[in-house]
Ligand binder design. Structure first.
Ligand SMILES: Nc1ncnc2c1ncn2[C@@H]1O[C@H](COP(=O)(O)OP(=O)(O)OP(=O)(O)O)[C@@H](O)[C@H]1O
Length: 328
């Protein structure tokens, strides 16, 4: 059970189990407009996981009926002594989550792990078995990317990186083996599951596209969405990728980098569960490359889609915690 107070006023209450009340509280905060500088929480049991989440949400004073030593250590290191009080102190809470967090210190990485354990990820798993294709070095390839996983495909020119993305999203048919996304072949997937951004050269070929950038971003949004929420999704995605000012411009006349930003906004508005990105930072200047890196980092700890990306960009290849597949 979790109760949260602003000073003495209770603002939130939940009786859900495990860490779910805290994730519910996170959702509650998205629309809560009251003051947040004096948040106090009361929870029945506090392990390191609960401490990490509550502190991320800005709670400064926590009381638990049952509290673990790991939680006390983490809280005193992060907030200072005496911010976590308790009725009973135990060595550790007997759960796997507490053990998995024991030696982690990076708040983003802990948060990512907790959302994965709570199955609060947008991403779908991808399973590639014995995949073969006539071009490139794709010969009996096996690969598992879990829901919300992050995979970077590296390799020399011509090894088949782009070909692999096209096999995953069904543009090419494999000569042998299979690709299952969320347990299904690609043609059985619900519409809008995949967001694919091809290499810039292909985006450039879409010259006949007579749509505005805003309309392109709206393409991935389900037809059932109301007009108002559609607008909101488009605006939010375009401002997140720094291209809101391009909304009324024709997509076909945009520069390469602008097209990439608009395409990324399309995938965000679509809430794609699997992002397939082919050289997403090629042709972007330093600031825009940084922005893409930041968007990928923030996606990987909030919505958590599954991301499979081909890149040569040093800034991206140095990202930590990504699985790497070297083709060739
Ligand atoms: N439809 C096709 N017809 C002939 N050759 C093809 C076809 N599709 C792919 N290939 C060849 O397969 C190889 C792999 O191509 P792909 O574009 O996947 O490479 P890549 O690893 O993405 O390379 P780069 O780093 O240069 O983008 C290349 O030699 C390419 O010429």
């Amino acid at each position: 059970m979790l109760k949260v107070f602003d000073g003495d006023t209770q603002i939130f209450y939940s009786e859900s189990k495990w860490l779910h009340p805290i994730f519910e509280f996170e959702d509650f905060l998205k629309t809560y407009n009251g003051p947040r500088n004096n948040l106090r929480a009361w929870d029945s049991a506090i392990g390191k996981a609960a401490a990490v989440l509550l502190i991320r949400l800005g709670v400064l004073q926590i009381h638990g009926e049952l509290v673990s030593k790991l939680a006390v250590d983490y809280t005193s290191k992060t907030l200072g002594e005496g911010k976590l009080t308790y009725d009973t102190l135990v060595d550790r809470l007997m759960c796997q989550t507490e053990s998995q967090l024991e030696n982690l210190t990076d708040s983003d990485e802990m948060y990512y792990l907790l959302r994965q354990r709570a199955k609060l990820v947008l991403g779908v798993p991808v399973s590639i078995q014995n995949l073969s294709y006539k071009y490139g070095k794709i010969d009996g390839l096996n690969l598992e990317v879990p829901a919300g996983g992050r995979l970077m495909i590296l390799g020399e020119n011509g090894t088949g990186k782009t070909t692999l993305l096209r096999l995953i999203c069904g543009i090419y048919k494999a000569d042998g083996g299979s690709v299952l996304i969320d347990g299904m072949p690609v043609d059985k997937l619900p519409k809008y599951t995949i967001g694919y951004i091809p290499q810039l050269s292909e985006l450039q070929e879409e010259q006949s596209f007579d749509l505005t950038a805003g309309e392109v971003v709206g393409l991935g949004i389900s037809g059932k969405t109301t007009r108002a929420s559609r607008r909101e999704l488009v605006e939010e995605a375009m401002s997140r990728t720094g291209c809101a000012h391009l909304e009324g411009r024709k997509f076909s006349v945009l520069s390469g980098g602008e097209k990439q930003k608009v395409s990324l906004a399309r995938c965000l508005a679509q809430k794609a569960r699997l992002l397939l990105l082919d050289e997403p930072t090629a042709n972007l200047d330093k600031d825009n490359r940084r922005m893409v890196v930041e968007i990928l980092a923030s996606l990987s700890i909030s919505e958590i889609p599954t991301i499979i990306m081909v890149t040569h960009d040093k800034e991206l290849t140095s990202l930590k915690k990504w699985e790497v597949l070297n083709l060739g």
